[in-house]
Ligand binder design. Structure first.
Ligand SMILES: C[C@@]1(CC(=O)O)C2=NC(=C\c3[nH]c(c(CCC(=O)O)c3CC(=O)O)Cc3[nH]c(c(CC(=O)O)c3CCC(=O)O)/C=C3\N/C(=C\2)[C@@H](CCC(=O)O)[C@]3(C)CC(=O)O)/[C@H]1CCC(=O)O
Ligand SMILES: NC(=O)c1ccc[n+]([C@@H]2O[C@H](COP(=O)([O-])OP(=O)(O)OC[C@H]3O[C@@H](n4cnc5c(N)ncnc54)[C@H](O)[C@@H]3O)[C@@H](O)[C@H]2O)c1
Length: 212
């Protein structure tokens, strides 16, 4: 079993520090921003896509080399420079201040690692190889992508809408029957075919048939 414990974090409005402004930093930052983190980048220079994010006000940039104390306000720290000694210093500072740290060039210095992710609305599938081969993680994610299309977002949103009502109106054994009925493939297939109204009707019908 991998040594890493998987967890989904709510980073909304949480401070995240990224040290370095190259391609690896960009990959991490794009995902962090998509999950509403407050990203601060410390780097002497940024690649153009990151510069655009800064100009659009999506993240903050301190144009300088990393300095002691920069990790202080961050919940998570990503060190993505091309300088091993800088990454090592960031990792040591983060650990000294009990901040979670990810070091791009050295899995052994990582307090956490980042998986390859597939997202469809509320569905997230995260794949990790514990650093054995990030490329394999990416390939597996791409394979899974073929099995779970964009319909998953709408499908899950529809099921979510019913959660409160089902809990309120149906006894536990009927709830199980309801969830089994609406997840047997019919509803998802209808949504995949663009028949959202019909899918909603099937769910509604299933619910009504179980009301006493
Ligand atoms: C999943 C993904 C997420 C992301 O970064 O967003 C991610 N790496 C991705 C891609 C990727 N990275 C690399 C290649 C080139 C092929 C290769 O080297 O294998 C490719 C493939 C590509 O680019 O297609 C090179 C590389 N990566 C690391 C090292 C350091 C080392 O191994 O020592 C080196 C060598 C650098 C060098 O040689 O100098 C380390 C890490 N990379 C991780 C995550 C963590 C472990 C994940 C896991 O396996 O569980 C970990 C430990 C730390 C971390 O970064 O969190 C993202 C795919 C996103 C996607 O497309 O879905
Ligand atoms: N973890 C991964 O997924 C992964 C993937 C590929 C490469 N890597 C490794 O990640 C590292 C970064 O890769 P890259 O392609 O983004 O590199 P890059 O050369 O494009 O970017 C490095 C960045 O670090 C900044 N930097 C340099 N010294 C600094 C300092 N003292 N303080 C702050 N910032 C500083 C530079 O200004 C630049 O923005 C490399 O060591 C590479 O081996 C990791």
């Amino acid at each position: 079993m991998s040594q890493y414990y998987p967890v989904f974090m709510d980073l909304k409005e949480k401070e995240v520090l990224v040290v370095g402004g190259g391609a690896v930093a960009e990959r991490k930052i794009v995902t962090l921003l998509a999950h509403s983190a407050r990203v601060r980048v410390v780097a002497p220079a940024l690649i153009p896509p990151l510069l655009s994010l800064v100009r659009e006000g999506k993240c903050l940039w301190e144009q300088k080399e990393y300095a002691d104390g920069d990790v202080r306000d961050a919940l998570l720290v990503f060190s993505c420079t091309d300088k091993e000694e800088v990454n090592a210093r960031v990792a040591a500072d983060a650990r000294a201040m009990a901040r979670w740290v990810n070091v791009a060039d050295d899995p052994d210095k990582c307090g956490f690692i980042v998986p390859s992710i597939l997202e469809r609305g509320d569905l997230t599938i995260a794949v990790s190889t514990a650093g054995s081969s990030p490329l394999v993680a990416r390939q597996i994610r791409a394979e899974i992508e073929q099995s779970y299309g964009e319909e998953m977002a709408e499908y899950l949103a529809l099921l979510k809408k019913w959660r409160v009502e089902v809990k309120r109106s149906l006894p536990p054994e009927k709830r199980a029957e309801f969830w089994a009925g609406v997840t047997d493939g019919k509803v998802r297939n209808l949504i995949e075919q663009g028949q959202v109204k019909l899918a909603e009707g099937v769910v509604e019908q299933c619910f009504r048939s179980l009301l006493v």
